[in-house]
Design a protein around this ligand. Structure first.
Ligand code: 1GP
Length: 252
């Protein structure tokens, strides 16, 4: 069932081309600085705020940050959970995700079985997502026990995305890992986009407008940035990233 937040995202992509999402890690920011970042990002045109982090396990930190965000912005708050502790009622939707190249059943389906009743209880909109970790993958790769897909294995990444599509997932996320030096290669973005009809999210290690432009041109529908916005406070960086998406023609 396609409902509110997913519909909003798809319509925005249809209208604007590639869109931007801001990732906030509740372990790295206070509720007030999260609010400030989200307010600035919203003013610059970010489409939604994602909340989560691979090493954050405190539900009280998550509740406090997500609550502050809900009270500060009108754009959707989408949970990006690392497990059951990544779920809070102070959100609109949740990436209901499976880490497809994990070697641990917990990240494939175990956490989801435990989390699903909470998703229902809190009336969160679940958006089905195939999550694929590429390259070194940063902390999420270690925590999620990922079997690496190297930067040059674009066909393998495309096969994973195809499997996600066959499962009925509607979004796929190519993740290089938060704060890594090398983002997902544009050739891989292109290969995944060509192989499936899924809405394609790309994130991890994206820092400049130039990189955003190339990844958007390669076919990303959504580009996520977190670290670079934590490191560069103020409107300037967010504007640079979002402005770089404008007019980027996607290769399909
Ligand atoms: C991490 O893809 C996101 O899950 C964002 O990565 O923090 O490197 O922007 P960065």
């Amino acid at each position: 069932m396609v409902i509110a937040v997913e519909k909003y995202l798809l319509e925005k992509i249809e209208k604007e081309g590639t869109i931007h999402m801001t990732l906030i890690d509740p372990e790295k920011v206070s509720p007030s600085s999260a609010s400030q970042l989200a307010t600035e990002a919203e003013a610059c045109g970010t489409a939604a705020i994602m909340v989560g982090g691979s090493t954050s396990f405190s539900t009280s930190d998550l509740d406090a940050v997500a609550k502050a965000l809900k009270e500060s912005v009108k754009i959707p708050i989408i949970l990006f959970p690392n497990g059951v502790t990544g779920i809070t009622k102070y959100a609109d939707a949740i990436w209901f995700m499976s880490l497809l190249n994990s070697s641990d059943p917990y990240f494939l389906v175990g956490a989801q079985v435990m989390g699903a009743p909470l998703v229902k209880k809190y009336c969160l909109e679940p958006i089905p997502l195939g999550y694929i970790i590429v390259g070194e993958g940063g902390a999420v790769s270690v925590v999620g026990k990922a079997v690496p897909i190297t930067y040059n294995e674009k066909e393998r990444a495309a096969d994973y995305a195809l499997a996600a599509e066959c499962f009925g997932m509607r979004f796929v996320y190519l993740e290089a890992g938060s704060g890594v030096r090398q983002h997902v290669p544009t050739e891989m973005v292109q290969a995944v986009k060509r192989a499936t009809h899924l809405t394609l999210i790309v994130g991890g290690g994206i820092r400049t407008g130039e990189q955003v432009k190339k990844i958007a041109k390669a076919g990303a529908d959504i580009i996520v940035t977190g670290t670079v916005l934590e490191e560069n406070k103020g409107l300037h960086k967010i504007k640079e990233l979002i402005d770089s998406m404008k007019g980027s023609k996607k290769a399909h």
